[in-house]
Design a binder for this molecule. Structure first.
Ligand code: SAM
Length: 269
């Protein structure tokens, strides 16, 4: 069957890497697992083989009959034809439960998918994701380097992150141009730093990273209205109160420092 590039279809081939991924998940018998983008079922088969109950969300209608044919007789398999970016994933989870997610991600939606999964963390506890290696580097980056940015802040705010292993292009069909990495995100019930207003914190992070080469003061001046300030005049004083030098760049700020600034801005509203 032809693969669809626009849906990010690079299917895992062979057994080595699918087994490595599912072994790192170590599903418990009867554990309910959510799989995003099952494709032809390379991971699905092993998850079911390990005794898990699998709910799989696949957007490509051409794959649905094949998946049904392959796994439809297994009462622990449940397939939903839907866009994982649009569907309410928590609807698929038993009331009050938090389940684990497994996804060999379509690269083209890595960031929105991660954002969407984090937003639904009240019903999701952990995600094992295969992503483009460079996206994983951005997710795990500590402050101070070129990889640290909005995605690092968003993920590190909500998850304890572990990079597991790399997967070479040759493990997929068709062969992608990039190396992939498998990463585990343990979603925390509460944000890692204490926040008065999480929405304001994320807005602030967007404003601070809007132009990476600019100082934080200049980025704040450009984005003051988005933060609910009436004018940019008080910004130098606000930065001083937060003990932050306005000449710094966002990539040098820790989560704690951003949280301090966000909480200060929140107290002024
Ligand atoms: N899990 C399979 C594997 O490892 O071989 C397939 C991985 S392939 C990289 C990504 C899969 O995600 C494809 O089957 C694609 O059709 C599906 N997909 C793409 N966008 C999606 C979306 N928005 N919602 C759900 N599935 C999606």
């Amino acid at each position: 069957m032809r693969t669809k590039r626009h849906l990010g279809q690079n299917f895992l081939t062979g057994t080595h890497y699918p087994s490595h991924i599912v072994e790192s998940v170590r599903p418990m018998p009867d554990e309910h697992i959510l799989e995003i983008g099952p494709g032809e079922g390379a991971l699905t088969a092993l998850l079911l083989g390990a005794g898990a109950r699998v709910t799989a969300v696949e957007v490509d209608p051409d794959l649905i009959p094949r998946l049904q044919q392959r796994f439809g007789k297994d009462p622990r398999f449940n397939l939903l034809e839907a866009d994982a970016l649009k569907v309410d994933l928590c609807r698929l989870v038993d009331e009050g439960c938090r389940i684990r997610v497994v996804a060999n991600r379509p690269y083209y939606i890595s960031t929105p998918l991660i954002q969407r999964l984090i937003e639904q963390r009240h019903c999701l506890s952990e995600m094992t994701l295969m992503l483009q290696r460079e996206v994983v580097e951005r997710i795990i980056a500590p402050p101070g380097g070129k990889d640290y940015g909005y995605l690092s802040v968003l993920v590190q705010l909500h998850a304890v992150v572990a990079r597991l292993f790399d997967v070479p292009p040759g493990a997929f069909r068709p062969v992608p141009k990039v190396t992939s990495s498998v990463i585990r995100l343990r979603l925390q019930r509460q944000s890692v730093v204490s926040l008065v207003d999480e929405r304001l914190f994320l807005l602030l992070a967007q404003v601070l990273f809007a132009q990476r080469r600019k100082t934080i003061l200049n980025n704040l001046r450009a984005g003051f209205a988005r933060l609910g300030l009436e004018s940019p005049e008080r910004l130098p004083a606000i930065l001083e109160l937060a003990s932050l030098d306005g000449r710094r760049r966002a990539e040098t700020l820790s989560l704690d420092e951003m949280a301090g600034l966000a909480n200060l801005l929140g107290s002024m509203h």
